[in-house]
Design a protein around this ligand. Sequence first.
Ligand SMILES: Cc1ncc(COP(=O)(O)O)c(C=O)c1O
Length: 416
Amino acid sequence: MPSAHLKFDHAGDKVASRVTKMRSSAVRDLFAAASRSDIISLSGGMPDVSLLPPESLQTAVQAALGDERAIALQYGSTNGRAETREMLATLVRDLGIRCKEDDVLITTGAQEALDLIAKTFVDPGDIIITEGPTYLGALQAFSAYEPNIICIPFDEDGMRMDLLEEKLEELGKGAVKFLYTIPNFQNPGGVTMNMERRHRLLELAEEYDFLVIEDDPYGRLRYDGGHMIPLRALSDDVIYLGTVSKTFAPGLRTGWIIAPRDILAKINLVKQGTDLCGSAMDQVIVEHYFTDTPWQAVLQTFIQTYKERRDAMLEALDEFFPEEATWTHPAGGFFVWVTLPDYVDTDSMLAVALENGVTYTPGSGFYPNGTDGKNSMRLAFCFETPENLREAIRRLANVIEDRLELYRAFLEAGAI
Ligand SMILES: Cc1ncc(COP(=O)(O)O)c(C=O)c1O
């Protein structure tokens, strides 16, 4: 029975129009659905935090609860604790990025950085460009500010610069606010932008006058080949986003923005209205983890483990998936992107996959319109053991094969 005091539909007629346009993330919905213990999940991009050594965690947490607890429990400055920013500046310098403490603003995960950037730069109707498909959390963050998002496809060498250039020519100079890219081991594509394209992107940014946002959560998780120079190392105009979520722990919600200082000042203003400051406790723990513990050795364990899992997934795909399917071959990160024939709808297939004990993330969630990518899916190899990954791919291959057979039967019956 509705309460006598209920004068309107709370979730309906009072919410802002931008919220009514928001779609729930298929991944978040799935986390709820996929709690059955016999289901093998290929859907979430969760790091395997069980690989973190308890001693390292104790060292870091002890610092926050010991001598530094008065700081850790207090409000901090909006751009983050100076010592933590100094540590992060040191950390990114070995990626080739020129950076000082004052070039860094700490955020509540890279996710908050995406929101703050959109809040700072995007007016309704502004054009922004992303890879297509792209990180669905970025689409969620950007969409709240009602931009017009244009997607540029990628191939195994990252965003297609020829298609980008065509689009920019069509739109004209100054038409695009910013371009958002995940150059290393893209989420969801797993692909990496090659050096030639990185240089070309920066040339185009100058020529057509748009900002470049480089999101790099996976850059250190490389399993083959050498280090790729970040865009930010090639140009100080690039806005670079980092996070400890994939190299340490996402529960600590610590990310950062490196940007020209006038831009950081604007973002700082915006952040004041969002949360005053991030968690000082998290920042102290992160700082001590990367200062006082053998984190590089732990990173090697992450790399070794994820590499084995990636190999297990790629081998199983080769063994079990139908020849009509194609997929990317990531040199790092967490994800493989699979493309199936046009007539396979991975949204509706998900329920069948769940019944068969496996989940994946349907491709449509990684596009702003929710209609592209229907015949594709993202498979995460980061969280399950090699044995489970093999079994999951076997199960998924059976589900796909059933769909293909159904289609073949329709075709024979002349129904298509
Ligand atoms: C490309 C990308 N950007 C940002 C994030 C958000 O990271 P954080 O946990 O730091 O908020 C993720 C998380 O999966 C991601 O894949």
